[in-house]
Write a protein that binds this ligand. Sequence first.
Ligand code: ADQ
Length: 466
Amino acid sequence: MAATAKAHGGRLIVVSNRVGPLKDTGRAGGLAVALVDTLRRTGGLWFGWSGDVSEQGTFGPLKSEHSRNVRLATLDLSQNDHDEYYAGFANRMLWPLLHYRLDIADFDRRSEDGYRRVNERFAARLAPMVEPGDTLWVHDYHFFRLAEGLRAAGLQNPIGFFLHVPFPGPDILAALPHHNDLLRAMLAYDLLGFQTERDRDNFVRCAVEEVGARNLGDGVLELEGRRTRVGAFPIGIDADSFAEYAVSPEARINRKRMEKALVGRRQIIGVDRIDYSKGLNERFRAFERLLVDFPEHRSTVSLLQIAPPSRGELEAYSDMRRQLERVAGHVNGRFADIDWTPIRFLTRGMPRRALAGLYRSSRVGLVTPLRDGMNLVAKEYIAAQDPEDPGVLVLSRFAGAAEQLKEALIVNPYSTVGVAETLHKALAMPLDERQHRWRVLFERIREHDAHAFASSFLDALAKAQD
Ligand code: ADQ
């Protein structure tokens, strides 16, 4: 990885909406967790939004901090930028659209303008910091239009883009007004990376059918004489470090507390940000169905759901949390015993080592998003298991991870009966089968870990301008 970046002479510049934290605060989301390692290895610049809103916004001073070989450089947003670009177009339009939720996508012309404006402003502030030889790696749906702005400023550097969330086909994308314009802007990148082959193929269909790009084969698209490479780069975790977290002193303390509370019962664990894409409501219902259809699990199995709230400023998310508390309360009211609570619902973040301990003391990892780019929790659950007595991963077919982790028990998260039956199967699975499935899965996530992900993306980007 370091060799890759150095071989091409310049620094690596990473751009994403939120930057850092560079240290493990226990609250980092999927994107941050995967990027820190990459930058630490190559050194370079990480550019994005400071998380602050100020009067000057993107016209204000650049905030800069160093941590060893990595420089963080951030800009504020104005209140308007925040409302239109971030809360509006990115969160209320693109996030639902890219998760196939046209029913709740909320298009608004002003937000679209704000999104375009903020992408232009970030490009204008970044361009003077870029030196010839630098490689730029832009992340996620907040910055679909950044390369367009950077090219307009005259930049010739390799610019790659990686989308962390799914990309739908033309039937869904076409519901976005001016989607053609957005697709054209995306083709200003040299390399467009997606989590899965399905997402990549969906993008290719959109580019070909909606804006008339030519598919030259071998992952190359051409529009008006400009070529863009496309590829699938499933994101990974640092599997070996995560496995070590699971046997760290912090993890052990949590496991001991857990085991004391469980007194021999088995635990199913779910870990997700509170978001409608994660299928939490359906998950609680499926667990209830397990207790109804397979009464032998009453008093012997419990579900621990850890769910830090996300994007707190959006009212829909606090509604969701209240709704989930109601469902958990209903299930607990119906089945709880004096010494057993069926669902424990913790709405807070957790240090990663402590989290690893909880994964390890859970017999089943229940990962049932309705739609998810990859889902790193599925991989973390596998990495944290005890090789002698591993648990079972139950995984939604609609998580990008299902393309890679076929030896998990794959479920349709919309089918509460199907998920309940699969949970029963997971709880009954004999040790030798658990060990066999786990070994194959663990080897695969080690092979396709965070470093392999970053190297393969940056190698492809280095070749993209040839
Ligand atoms: P997310 O939607 O955030 O990421 P995910 O991939 O599951 O989803 O990553 C969540 C991360 O947050 C995991 O590393 C998890 O351990 C951590 N986390 C969750 N709850 C936590 C808690 N209570 N305490 C501590 N840590 C917690 C987006 C896309 C995904 C894609 C990732 C990476 O939506 O599909 O996999 O980016 O590309």
